[in-house]
Design a protein around this ligand. Structure first.
Ligand code: AMP
Length: 397
């Protein structure tokens, strides 16, 4: 059984082909700069063969055709017939209130994903393009949509409602949706496996810390709160996003600077966070380097980043009435051990104890707390693609 996982963006397509018997990635790659000059495809097989094809790729249709050709290629391919692909799993950002779990895509599902384009304008239209193109190029193959928001649909109203006039929820469905759900679901489930305890009996705090960052409180197998909101702008300090701010700041800065709502939106999404405070970069490696060299703004940016996480972890421990485990994942969570150390040390008053040596790990699954720590702490590399492949397989079999 082979499942193709597709993550279709505005000018890019990432793909992984899974052999689900052993749950291994037989090939993976990405297409960049679709519809822009200098477009290219990069491809890698499980036995280490790599290739790059520089070619004009005017649209997603040509991109998917090219990636299928590469999968079938005599030298770099991993299948000999297109029928070896049993199904396609698509990452879709926004599933609104309707999609509480992954679904097989039919006309109705497609229409609903389209309706949710106003909630996820930067992603849903491109996810939909990927779905439509795959339907054409792989006719008759089941297509499955896996939503970033689904995992969070178990949140109760007290966590998902904003204290705005209720009519905005009724009319426009303005509420907390949360994102990175596939990642939070994967690492929290994996954490339960590592603890050898039933998922449904654990209280887990999942910290997805990448360029985009969010935290989820998972109690008894269900997400009960998460830091991102109607959009992925709310919550933690991120690479270029501000996360939580006083909403009144928006009007204040717009009036002072004489800027439009579009410019303000861009400032909060693209020019804030680590980049905004440090003035150096959105990449935590650059900011850390500058901080080590004595750059005060870089030091402040990292302090803000860590402090916000500490506050959220504290809040979610209160929300769940305790916690059994904290998990770190994604680019920063998996790799920046200094960040983990700083966060866990600040939570020492809860009886959480870090094994400092074990913590000096990058991108590896590992328990990093000491045996007598009151809350166990893990690094678990996320694997959203595997989760998408598993959901796809479960739905088609
Ligand atoms: P993501 O969005 O999950 O790809 O994460 C991107 C963030 O992870 C950036 O801030 C990177 O600086 C950070 N990151 C990725 N790899 C490493 C690494 N090997 N060491 C330290 N930070 C890393």
């Amino acid at each position: 059984m082979k499942i193709l996982v597709i993550n279709s963006g505005s000018s890019s397509i990432k793909y992984q082909l899974f052999d689900m018997v052993k749950e291994i990635v037989v090939a993976k790659g990405g297409i960049q700069r679709i519809g822009i000059d200098n477009s290219f495809l990069e491809h890698e097989t499980h036995d280490g063969k790599e290739t790059r094809i520089d070619r004009d790729i005017p649209d997603h249709g040509e991109g998917i055709k090219l990636l299928i050709d590469v999968l079938l290629d005599k030298e770099y391919g991993v299948i000999s017939n297109i029928d070896e692909i049993d199904a396609v799993g698509h990452r879709v950002l926004h599933g609104g209130e309707k999609f509480t779990e992954s679904v097989i895509i039919d006309k109705e599902v497609e229409k609903t994903i389209e309706e949710y384009c106003d909630l996820g304008p930067l992603h849903n239209p491109h996810n939909l393009t990927g779905i439509r193109v795959c339907k054409k190029i792989l006719p008759g193959k089941p297509q499955v949509a896996v939503f970033d928001t689904s995992f969070h649909t178990t949140m109760p109203p007290k966590a998902f409602l904003y204290a705005l006039p209720f009519e905005y929820y009724e009319k426009y469905k303005v509420k907390r949706y949360g994102f990175h759900g596939t990642s939070h679901r994967y690492v929290s489930r994996r954490c339960a496996q590592l603890m050898d305890k039933p998922y449904e009996e654990l209280k887990i705090i999942s910290c997805h810390l990448g360029n985009g960052a969010s935290i989820a409180a998972v109690a008894n197998g269900k997400c009960i709160d998460t830091s991102m909101g109607l959009t992925p702008l709310e919550g933690l300090v991120m690479g270029t996003r501000c996360g939580d701010i006083d909403p009144a700041i928006i009007k204040f800065i717009m009036e002072k600077e004489g800027i439009s709502i579009e410019e303000m939106d861009k400032i909060m999404n693209k020019k804030s966070g680590l980049l905004g405070i440090s003035g150096i970069s959105n990449d935590s490696r650059d900011v850390s380097e500058a901080a080590k060299n004595g750059n005060k703004r870089a030091q402040m940016a990292l302090e803000l980043f860590d402090y916000r996480i500490v506050k959220y972890i504290g809040a979610y421990i209160a929300a769940m009435g305790g916690a059994d485990a904290i998990v770190f994942t994604a680019g920063i969570g998996e790799n920046q051990w200094e960040t983990r150390e700083n966060i866990i040390e600040q939570l020492g008053f809860l009886g959480i104890k870090l094994d400092k040596e074990a913590n000096k790990v990058r991108g590896e699954e590992k328990e990093i707390s000491t045996p007598d720590s009151k809350i166990r702490v893990f690094v678990i590399p996320t694997n959203e693609e595997l989760m998408i492949a598993r959901d796809t397989m479960a739905l088609i079999s």
